[in-house]
Design a protein around this ligand. Structure first.
Ligand code: ES4
Ligand code: ZN
Length: 319
């Protein structure tokens, strides 16, 4: 039996497996530039975040209809359930779909057809987090939030993702203020490829309550102290870090040092179809390659619920 856990850093478009991509392409009358799933898998060799994003945005063009988004989410939920996931807070990237003429309602309501039935069908409670693409303009993010307004009963929070370097959190001050005023929770990717200063800025300027990745906090001792003191959760994605060359090998991953420092770390899968595994696979990989004890693994599973947006009595919500 896998440990019960919550997944807090998961891009639903990053769960698009090659087999489903080809099936959706066929259903929608589209031709992909790869001959078959095997040839596509050969393209999964990434130099950095951008080289991954190029493929990620290209492949997701097969997603066109509500049914496509529902099928995508159900495929993820079935795999997640098999790996012990009981709660999932799921990112989606509406701008990548709006730009190709797919409406916000198609995306959100399609996903919701799966998420709204997920407790009954998969035993997983869910939340949806709308991510703004940080390499698009602040005006585009504001227009996206506006387009989401008819669907806010489906959306728990907002996040910030895509190419990090050169796109500091402060660029999105206004849209995060508007999101907060709408009662939305706030998270942001920071310190994946970008510098530790972006983590500080995400906290102070965007008001995020959780940091996605946050790996590079380890370069700034005072920042680590702050994250520990304020119990800011970090949603780490170890297999993603290896595939995108943020760390050299899994054995070099700072997770053990981060736990030793007292950081509230969680383990997640990011884009599991691209990075070699779902969240249980990430747990298994860090257990094996970093020699984590059973106690450490249980701590990580417990952290995943503490760091979630589920209601709980823990003291860290008191601040
Ligand atoms: C992402 Cl690994 C990663 N980093 C930033 N943005 C993303 N979007 C999808 N995966
Ligand atoms: Zn991510």
């Amino acid at each position: 039996m896998p440990l019960p856990k919550a997944e807090l850093h998961l891009h639903i478009e990053g769960t698009l497996e090659p087999e489903l991509a080809f099936a959706l392409a066929a259903r929608n009358g589209l031709t992909l530039p790869w001959a078959d799933t095997e040839e596509l898998r050969h393209a999964y060799r990434f130099e950095d975040l951008q080289s991954f994003l190029n493929l990620y945005y290209e492949l997701m063009t097969v997603l066109r209809t509500e049914q496509d988004f529902e099928d995508l989410a159900n495929a993820y939920l079935a795999r997640a359930a098999a790996q012990g996931v009981r709660h999932a807070e799921i990112f989606f990237d509406p701008q990548a779909h709006l730009a190709r003429g797919v409406a916000m309602g198609t995306v959100v309501e399609g996903l919701w057809r799966a998420l709204g039935a997920s407790e009954a069908n998969h035993g997983i409670s869910t939340a949806l987090i709308l991510c703004f693409l940080r390499d698009e303009s602040a005006a585009s993010a504001l227009a996206t939030l506006d387009a989401a307004k008819p669907h806010l009963d489906r959306i728990t929070g907002v996040g910030l993702d895509s190419a990090e370097v050169g796109h500091p959190p402060v660029k999105f001050r206004e849209v995060f203020e508007a999101a907060a005023a709408l009662g939305l929770r706030r998270v942001a990717h920071a310190g994946e490829e970008g510098p530790p200063e972006y983590i500080t800025e995400a906290l102070d300027v965007l008001g995020v309550e959780r940091v996605d990745h946050g790996l590079r906090c380890m370069e700034d001792g005072a920042l680590v102290e702050r994250l520990v003191r304020e119990r800011i959760p970090l949603t780490l994605c170890p297999l993603s870090n290896v595939r995108l060359r943020t760390v050299d090998t899994l054995a070099d991953h700072p997770l053990p040092a981060m736990l030793d420092a007292g950081l509230l770390c969680t383990v997640n899968s990011d884009d599991p179809a691209y990075f070699g595994g779902y969240v249980g696979d990430n747990f298994d990989a860090v257990a094996e390659r970093l020699g984590l004890t059973e106690d450490r693994l249980r701590e990580l599973a417990r952290n995943s619920f503490l760091a979630s947006f589920l209601e709980h009595d823990e003291e860290r919500r008191a601040r």
